[in-house]
Write a protein that binds this ligand. Structure first.
Ligand code: MSP
Length: 499
């Protein structure tokens, strides 16, 4: 099986915050999961580098737009390295491998008659550098407004309205979650207009030149969306393209739902290409009541969090906290609570108990499982059911539920150890103590494999301690006699008093 996953390509001007980090970690978790079950994965992310804002920002710094982009791009790539993101390719829309395919797509759609030139007359705000609507004009809130008549190129989006509605209705998993699908179907109840896809160079020249009219560049979305096909080889490498397209999932935030579900899908129809299997829109990370965004100045910098709490804690929290499709609120309080409860008290503590007791009472060597009683059979059965349960949840993009399911299992294991009290059994019934510790270690190993896509670093430490690096998620893989490695506490509790 193959799995092709994309994130939005982020505007190069923005400093990445946890909203951007969230989508990218989510894509990474899904990719890692699919790799562990043996799928062939292609994970694409990157940067959106054209447009007015980039041009202005570069001018302010006295740089060329390209030099400005080159200077800013490492802010993203460095963060992805720190967050342990393993993408397979990183696109920058100024790369020739992308620009030439955008031009080829424009030519193709133009030749088939779906792009036409038209004069557009409307109110143009010089300050905003865009056409404003009549309502906006009447609001009187815009300065330097003039009537402007301008030739532009339009994409016949309206032509594909029926086809799009039919596609959405015939493919229930196409737009997820369900309420986003309904939002798009509601939007499509109104007649769909055509999409202006050009800007005259005289007004804005930082973009990809339109091949059939050198006085124009293409509008950012027609440029940016094409990255999803230009990078896996559309019109340049047939074998590669056939391997990956259609994408299995475009992960996006709900802010860019229409551009993906309407602009992109109709562009694909015009190019005669199959649709992605799923477009999944997650909610927003909020700080207080508003969306975290640079313009509001209410962003949480992921680098600060990583520095304070470690990369695995950050990845865990973001995946554990946001129910996919809904908004989530970021507070330091909830971060610390989830860290201390799930990671320090439950997961970290289970490792401490297992390795500590085995070191103290069993010479640091994994004991024999002996003969299972009902209690062990119950744990074994729960552990063996876990991989299928996680598979099902991941297939439905229920990552939060999947993480919770594993942590619940860790709690079951802790409870089992408490009830069995192997530290007491060691004095009265050694084989029973051995049985309990073997079972707890093996359960911990299974849970760890299931958590590995979320916390690649710490789970590797645990598997190392257990001498179980290359093992599979089926019961009974730890070999009795394995010498356990010593380790520092996995997730030391965050001391709230000190914060
Ligand atoms: N460049 C366009 C996307 C082009 S895709 C072909 C763009 N870039 S962006 O830098 O604004 O990034 C938008 C994406 O960042 C969102 O769709 C979402 O994935 C992520 N997030 C940015 N802020 C966010 C939150 N506060 N919360 C969650 N995710 C958000 O739009």
């Amino acid at each position: 099986m193959k799995f092709y996953v994309t994130t939005p390509i982020y505007y190069v001007n923005d400093a990445p915050h946890i909203g951007h980090a969230y989508t990218t970690i989510l894509a990474d978790v899904l990719s890692r999961y699919h790799r562990t079950v043996g799928d062939n994965v292609f994970f694409l992310t990157g940067l959106d580098e054209h447009g007015q804002k980039v041009k202005q920002a570069a001018e302010k710094r006295g740089m060329t737009p390209q030099a400005h982009c080159d200077d800013l791009a490492p802010r993203f790539t460095n963060l992805w390295t720190k967050l342990d993101i393993r993408y397979d390719d990183f696109v920058r829309t100024t790369q020739e491998r992308h620009t030439k395919i955008v031009q080829a797509c424009l030519q193709k759609v133009y030749d088939s008659g779906d792009i036409y030139a038209d004069e557009y007359e409307g109110w143009y705000s010089v300050a905003e550098e865009r056409f404003i609507t009549d309502t906006e004009y009447e609001s009187g809130q815009f300065r330097d407004v003039k009537k402007l008549k301008e030739k532009n190129y339009f994409f016949k989006m309206s032509k594909y309205q029926e086809q799009l509605i039919n596609h959405i209705q015939a493919n229930p998993g196409f737009i997820q979650p369900e309420h986003r699908k309904n939002e798009i179907l509601g939007f499509l109840r109104q007649p769909l207009g055509d999409l202006c896809i050009s800007r005259p160079k005289s007004r804005m020249d930082w973009g990809i030149e339109i091949p059939f009219d050198r006085d124009y560049v293409t509008y950012v979305w027609f440029d940016a969306l094409i990255n999803y096909i230009s990078i896996p080889g559309y019109l340049s490498d047939d074998t590669k393209f056939k391997t990956w397209w259609p994408a299995d999932v475009h992960l996006i935030g709900k802010d860019i739902l229409t551009t993906h579900c309407v602009y992109w899908t109709t562009m694909l129809f015009a190019l005669g290409l199959p649709q992605p299997k799923t477009i999944f829109a997650h909610g927003w990370w909020l700080l207080g009541d508003s969306k975290m965004s640079k313009s509001l100045g209410n962003v949480v910098n992921p680098l600060d969090l990583i520095e304070q709490y470690g990369v695995d804690g950050v990845r865990y929290f973001l995946m554990r906290e946001m129910v996919l499709g809904q908004d989530a609120n970021f507070t330091t309080d909830s971060f610390i609570k989830s860290f201390n409860s799930d990671l320090a008290n439950d997961y970290g503590n289970l490792l401490n108990r297992v390795s500590g007791l085995i070191a103290k009472n069993h010479g640091g060597v994994v004991p024999n499982p002996g003969t299972a009683t009902d209690a062990e059979k119950d744990i074994e059965q729960k552990a063996n059911a876990l991989p299928a349960q996680i598979k099902e949840l991941i297939a439905q993009y229920k990552v939060q539920e999947a993480v919770v399911a594993v942590i619940e299992f860790v709690r079951v294991l802790n409870k089992y150890v408490e009830v069995q009290a192997p530290w007491k059994l060691a004095k009265t019934d050694l084989p029973a103590a051995e049985r309990v510790l073997y079972t707890a270690a093996e359960g911990l190993r299974m849970a760890t494999i299931m958590l590995a896509p979320v916390m690649p670093y710490k789970t590797a430490v645990v598997l190392d301690v257990l001498g179980a690096k290359e093992t599979k998620p089926v019961w009974g893989q730890i070999k009795p006699g394995t010498v356990l490695q010593s380790h520092p506490p996995l997730f030391p509790r965050i001391d709230v008093e000190k914060k």
